[in-house]
Design a binder for this molecule. Sequence first.
Ligand code: NAD
Ligand code: ZN
Length: 351
Amino acid sequence: MAEKKNFAAVLREKGDLRLEETDIPSPSQNEVMIAMDSVGICGSDVHYWTHGEIGDFIVKAPMILGHESSGIVTALGEGVKNLKIGDRVAIEPGVPCRMCEFCKGGRYNLCPDIVFCATPPVHGSLATYYCHAADFCYKLPDHVTLEEGALLEPLSVGVHACRRAGVTLGSKVLVCGAGPIGLVNLLTAKAMGAAEVAMTDIDQGRLNVAKKLGADYPILADTRDGKEMAKKIESALGAMPDITIECSGAPSSVQTGIYSTKSGGVLVLVGLGPAEVSLPIVNAAVREVDIRGIFRYANCYPIALAMIASGKVDVKPLVTHRFPMAKTIDAFETAKTGADGAIKVVIKVKE
Ligand code: NAD
Ligand code: ZN
C-alpha cells in the first residue's frame, strides 16, 4: 500500500496561500478522522486570503482554510459511537463548548468559546485528512452526494435566516443580494412555503441565476436610493414584502431593506458589510419593523440535510466550478473574481 500523505491549503499570511505537505492528524477522544472529499470556497476564505483578517479575527500564524466540507470517515477516536469507518459525512465546522448558557439554551452559534474551522487561529478542513468532533459530523444517506454534503454549510445559513425571519406558508419575501448566500435563502424560503420571492442584485448575471433557481421577481438594484428601490420592489411584488433577508451587506441595500419591509414585518441582516452603517432607523421604529441579526446557524444541519435528501431543495445548480486540490490557487482566483459566472467553487480533494 502506498504511504499516506497529507496535503493542506495553508494560508501562511495575507496573500500567501500554498498547498503544503503536513502531518497526518490523529483523532482525539470523540473525534473522527476524515478523508476529505469536497470543500466549497466561501467568501470568508477568500477574504482571509486577500486581507488576512475579518473584523477582530486576524491571521497571525499559518492557518489551513476551508469550512464547507464533507468526506469519508477513516478512523475513530476513543468513545465515538455515532459513526463508523466508511461513513460518508457532512462536517458542521463550528464546535461549541457544550457547557455555557448559550450552548445549554440551544443557541450554540453564540457560544463565546466556539471553535470554528478556518477562523483564526483554528485550522480549516481543506486537507487530505482532517479530524473533527464526531457529533458535529452528519452521516449522508446513499443518494445524497458528498458535494451536496459540503453545501449543507451555506444551506444551513439559509435555514437559520429563514427560521429567524419566520418565513411561512404564503410569505412574501425579499432577498437582497443573489450571491451563494442570497440564493440559499431563496431556495429555503421557497421550500418553507413562501408564496413569492423578489430578489435584488447589482449584477444582472446573478439575477439571471436567481430567476433560474425560482426567484419570482429579479430586480436590478440600479439606484442607491432605498426609497426608490422600495417602490420598485413593491410594484413588482404587488405589495410590500412581509420579510426581507438582506444578503449583500451593502449599506444602501440595508437601507432598502428597511424601507421595503411591510409595517410589522421582519428584516433579517445576513450580509456583513461595514461595521457601522447609517440607517433610517426611525422609519423602522415607527413602523415596527423588527431588525434581527443572524450568526451562522444552530441546529440547522439536520434540517438542511432533510431538505436535500427529500428533494425539497436542490443545491446542485449553485456549483459552477470544480477544481482538483492541486489547482487550489486557481480555484481561489475564480472564487475571488467571480470570473466566468462563478457562484460556488468546489475543490475536489479526492480526485
Ligand atoms: P457575495 O459577495 O457572493 O454576494 C453578495 C451579492 O450582493 C453579490 O452578488 C453582489 O453583486 C450583491 N450586491 C452588492 N451590492 C448590492 C446592492 N446594493 N443591492 C443588492 N445586491 C447587492 O457573498 P455571499 O457569499 O453570497 O455572502 C453574502 C453576505 O453574507 C456577505 O456579506 C457575507 O459576509 C455574509 N454572510 C453572513 C453570514 C452570517 O452568519 N451572518 C454567513 C455567511 C455569509
Ligand atoms: Zn458554549
